[in-house]
Design a protein around this ligand. Structure first.
Ligand code: GRF
Length: 198
């Protein structure tokens, strides 16, 4: 059975593109139904449109986070999506949203969690002086960058790394990890109750 994905992204959308590609070539048994962005200028929106995937901007007001979330939930439900993918979605979701899709939201974070949660994870890793960092796909819970880990990839930190060079090497791994982790989650977890949200 093909799983329906809703993807939330705030910017560039390279992770979204790698997931969409894997869905097209059969690496992931899923289809992105809708791409939602809080940022009307997000490149992710153009990438979705070019692939013929519904792309929608929903305005985000930091003083009323739930208004974005209520509209997003409405759209995700009306598209009958089984799984919500946070692919560079740079806003913290409230418990309202997380409860709507319990165990049905995956996020990617550019560090080896539980180290370096939050913003600028690659800079945090460099500042700390770790020799290995990487990326993590995890199930989203109410705490930020927390929740059960689906899979991780380690990336060696070089002595002359900058935030930019390390971020690029981690991103390359993110593009492989995220589709693989989604497929794994579909096979191991979602298949047990895939129609729960329908
Ligand atoms: C990625 O590094 C992701 O781990 C982080 O934000 C970045 C998004 O990149 N959460 P992109 O928009 O997928 O290109």
């Amino acid at each position: 059975m093909t799983v329906s994905l809703a993807v939330l992204a705030s910017g560039r959308g390279s992770n979204f593109a790698s997931i969409a590609e894997a869905c097209e070539n059969g690496g992931v048994d899923a289809r992105p139904e809708i791409l939602i962005s809080n940022n009307e200028h997000a490149h992710a929106l153009d990438r979705a449109e070019r692939r013929g995937i519904r792309a929608e901007h929903i305005p985000y007001n930091p003083d009323n986070r739930e208004s974005f979330e209520r509209r997003a939930v409405e759209r995700i439900r009306s598209e009958n999506c089984d799984l919500v993918i946070l692919a560079g979605f740079m806003k913290v979701l409230t418990s309202y949203f997380v409860k709507q899709f319990e165990d049905r939201i995956l996020n990617i974070h550019p560090s080896l969690l539980p180290s370096f949660k939050g913003l600028d994870a690659q800079k945090q890793a460099l500042d700390y002086g770790v020799k290995v960092s990487g990326c993590t796909v995890h199930v989203v819970t109410e705490a930020v960058d927390d929740g059960p880990i689906v899979d991780q990839v380690a990336v060696r930190v070089k002595d002359d790394d900058t935030v930019d060079s390390l971020s690029k090497r981690i991103l390359k791994q993110e593009h492989k990890l995220f589709p693989r982790a989604i497929q794994q989650y579909i096979e191991e977890e979602l298949s047990k109750g895939v129609t729960r949200n329908k």
